[in-house]
Design a protein around this ligand. Structure first.
Ligand code: PLP
Length: 387
C-alpha cells in the first residue's frame, strides 16, 4: 500500500492531460494556448500540470490571482503568466519582479495601477479585459456602453505596457439559437473594438476570446491565443458543448473502513434519512463533505466498488459516507472509486455534477486540500502532493 492511499486520494494522470492537449491543439492549429490553471489547476494541482504542459510546448498560463501566479514562477514555470482577476495595486512591484501580466479591467484600476507603478519606477505588462456581455470585470464594449475613450486613455499611461486584449464568453456552452447568437454578438463587439483601436493607430497586441466552449463554438476563428481550462482536464463545458475524445485527468478514490450487516427497518446516518427495507450490507467509506464530496449526493449518488455500481445511502457525513453493498463482495480496505474507472464502469465528474444540478468544474475545484494528489505519468507514480 502506498501511504497516500490510506484514506482518500486523487490520481492525476498527466498522460491524459497530454492527450487532451493534443486533441485541443488539433482544433486550433494556428492558435497558441493559454492554459488556464487557476484554482490549483481546477483542483488537479497546478504545478505538475503546468510543468507538463510547459514540456509539451505551452508557454502561456492564466491564473486568478497573484499568489497562484508566483507559485507557478516558484515552480520554474517560465512562460507568460496572465492574472485574469484583481491584484491590489500595492503589489505592482511583485508583478514586475515575477514578470507577470496583469489584467486591467476598469478606468479606476488602470489609473491606480499606473500611479503605483510610477511611484515604484516600473512598468507593468497588461492585457485589457473587455466586457462584451458577461457583466463581470472589463471595460464596457456593449451596444449600450462603448468605453473606447477610457481605453484610449490607457495608452497615455507610461507605466502600463499594453500587450493584449481579451473578452470572456458567457454562454458559449449552449448550442441553442439564442445563446449562439449571443456568443457571435460578443465576438462581433470584441472584433469591432479591436478594429476601431487599430484604425486609430493603437497597438492592440495579441487577442484572445475562446474558453473551452468558445473553442468548439467558434471553430475556424483564428485569434492569436485561446484560453481553455476545463477541456484540458478532460471534462466538458456542458452536456451540449463537448469536445470528443477527451480523457478525464482526475480520479477520486477512497477506502472502505468497515462492512456490517443490519436488519430491515433500521435507519442509516444523520437525521435518519434512509431506512432499510430488508437485511442490508453496509460499507462505510472514508470520504465526506470535508473532502469535497457534496452532501447533496446523500441518498442520490453512486460509486464503484469492485467493478460494480453501488448507491450512497443516508446523509453524507463530514468525513465518511455509507453505501449499500448488499450482494456484492466488499470488505475493509477495498478501494471505492467516486470519480474514475473500475473494471468496465466509469463515473465522470460531469455525471456526478449533473446529478446534483451543478457542473464538473465545481466538483473538481472543491476537492479539498486534505486529499493528496498522486501524480502519474507513463503509468507510473511520479509525485504525491500533500497540501
Ligand atoms: C477569463 C477566463 N478565461 C478562461 C477561462 C477558462 O474557461 P473554461 O474552463 O470554460 O475553458 C475562465 C474560467 O472560468 C475564465 O474565467
Amino acid at each position: 500500500m502506498q501511504p497516500y492511499t490510506k484514506r482518500t486520494w486523487t490520481e492525476i494522470n498527466l498522460d491524459c492531460l497530454e492527450h487532451n492537449y493534443h486533441q485541443i491543439k488539433a482544433l486550433l492549429p494556428q492558435t497558441d494556448i493559454i492554459a488556464t490553471v487557476k484554482a490549483d489547476g481546477y483542483g488537479h494541482c497546478a504545478e505538475p500540470v503546468a510543468r507538463h504542459l510547459q514540456e509539451l510546448g505551452v508557454h502561456f498560463f492564466s491564473v486568478s490571482n497573484i499568489d497562484e501566479a508566483t507559485a507557478l514562477r516558484d515552480d520554474q514555470i517560465q512562460g507568460d503568466i496572465l492574472i485574469l482577476g484583481y491584484t491590489p495595486v500595492e503589489q505592482a512591484e511583485e508583478l514586475v519582479k515575477y514578470n507577470i501580466i496583469q489584467t486591467v479591467f476598469s478606468p479606476e484600476f488602470a489609473q491606480e495601477l499606473n500611479l503605483a507603478a510610477q511611484k515604484a519606477g516600473i512598468t507593468v505588462r497588461v492585457h485589457v479585459a473587455l466586457d462584451t456581455g458577461m457583466s463581470r470585470i472589463g471595460f464596457q464594449a456593449t451596444q449600450s456602453c462603448w468605453e473606447i475613450g477610457e481605453i484610449e486613455r490607457l495608452y497615455h499611461y507610461p507605466h502600463l505596457k499594453i500587450e493584449g486584449y481579451f473578452t470572456h464568453l458567457c454562454h458559449a456552452d449552449s448550442t441553442e439559437e439564442g445563446p449562439r447568437n449571443f456568443t457571435l454578438h460578443q465576438k462581433q463587439l470584441f472584433d469591432q473594438m479591436i478594429q476601431q483601436l487599430q484604425q486609430k493607430g493603437y497597438h492592440t497586441g495579441v487577442s484572445h476570446i475562446q474558453n473551452s466552449a468558445g473553442i468548439q463554438m467558434l471553430q475556424g476563428n483564428h485569434y492569436d491565443l485561446a484560453r481553455p481550462g476545463i477541456v484540458l482536464y478532460g471534462l466538458h463545458p456542458s452536456g451540449q458543448v463537448t469536445i470528443p475524445g477527451l480523457k478525464p485527468v482526475l480520479q477520486l478514490k477512497s477506502v472502505i473502513s468497515m462492512v456490517k450487516e443490519i436488519e430491515a427497518n433500521v435507519t442509516v446516518g444523520y437525521s435518519r434519512t434512509f431506512t432499510t427495507k430488508k437485511a442490508t450490507k453496509i460499507a462505510t467509506v472514508c470520504i465526506g463533505y470535508a473532502d469535497g464530496w457534496p452532501r447533496l449526493l446523500s441518498n442520490r449518488g453512486y460509486v464503484l466498488v469492485n467493478g460494480q455500481k453501488v448507491p450512497i445511502i443516508g446523509n453524507v457525513c463530514m468525513d465518511q459516507l455509507m453505501l449499500d453493498v448488499t450482494g456484492i463482495p466488499a470488505k475493509q480496505g477495498d478501494i471505492v472509486t467516486l470519480i474514475g474507472k473500475d473494471g468496465n464502469l466509469e463515473i465522470t465528474a460531469d455525471q456526478v455534477a449533473e446529478s446534483i444540478g451543478t457542473i464538473g468544474y465545481e466538483l473538481v475545484c472543491q476537492i479539498s486540500k486534505r486529499v493528496p494528489r498522486a501524480i502519474y505519468q507513463n503509468g507510473k507514480l511520479i509525485e504525491v502532493i500533500e497540501y
